[in-house]
Design a protein around this ligand. Structure first.
Ligand SMILES: Cc1ncnc2c1ncn2[C@@H]1O[C@H](/C=C/CNC(=O)c2cc(-c3ccc(F)cc3)cc(O)c2O)C[C@H]1O
Ligand SMILES: [Mg+2]
Length: 214
């Protein structure tokens, strides 16, 4: 039967990237998605903004919502110090299986906990399951209508501290209007929009960075 897009993306990684080299994995996926087959990775242009926020926050604990094929998982993990932890949630078993292989090819398994499950079910378990006191950085890139409910759940679970950063993909396209309204109007956040483009296209999109003020 016909392969899936994630399977073809993994094939491109195994063909063109060097095992243990996360930058080559990121570059292989960008090359494949720009020249062969588009896929919904944050991509190279928005990825540079992601890189700068990760480097600025220098997080010990990161939560990613929506692993998909693991592109941003690898992109973030490659910048983390040795004992930092990235917890990434993915409820589609087929995507999770591909992402595990992409993460392994990049040699990032030590820094990444990929949890196969729904964010709504797992966010309340993070503290106990992973011994996490607070999240330094949250990268939101799952279903866009889940950004707001999951942000409220993260707050309710006491997972944010003064200075915790939320970084949300696709706030313009496909768009997350309710989330944007919330973080931009809330007294508890200082929000900033980073204008960019939808991955591998000229369509406007961007990332919203929101600092929790406690
Ligand atoms: C609640 C929950 N828990 C765990 N995993 C969850 C979850 N909701 C989704 N997920 C997982 O995240 C992933 C979902 C990501 C959703 N992202 C998107 O829908 C998305 C779509 C586009 C896009 C743009 C233009 C177009 F013409 C078409 C598409 C671009 C992007 O960057 C995206 O992130 C995969 C899914 O299984
Ligand atoms: Mg996205």
């Amino acid at each position: 039967t016909r392969s899936t897009r994630p399977q073809r993306l993994l094939g491109a990684v195994q063909k063109s990237a060097t095992r243990g080299d996360p930058c080559s994995v990121v570059n292989a996926i960008d090359q494949f998605c720009r020249h062969t087959e588009w896929a919904m990775n944050v991509g190279d242009e928005k990825g540079c903004i992601l890189d700068s926020v990760v480097s600025e926050v220098n997080p010990a604990t990161v939560l990613e919502l929506g692993t998909y094929c693991g592109y941003s998982t690898v992109r973030i993990a490659r910048l983390l110090p040795p004992h930092a932890k990235l917890i990434t949630l993915e409820f589609n078993p087929d995507f999770a299986a591909i992402a595990r292989q992409v993460i392994a090819w990049a040699g990032m398994e030590e820094k990444v906990h990929l949890v196969e499950g729904a964010s709504g079910e797992w966010i309340p378990k993070i503290k106990e399951q992973f011994g996490v006191k607070a999240l330094d950085l949250v990268f939101l890139d799952h279903w866009k209508d889940q950004y707001l409910p999951d942000t409220k759940l993260i707050e309710e679970c006491g997972l944010l501290r003064k200075g915790s950063v939320l970084l949300a993909d696709n706030v313009i396209f496909p768009g997350a209007p309710q989330y944007l309204e919330y973080v931009r109007s809330s007294q508890q956040y200082e929000s900033q929009y980073f204008k960019s483009h939808l991955e591998y296209t000229k369509v406007e999109d961007g990332l919203e960075k929101s600092v929790f003020l406690g």
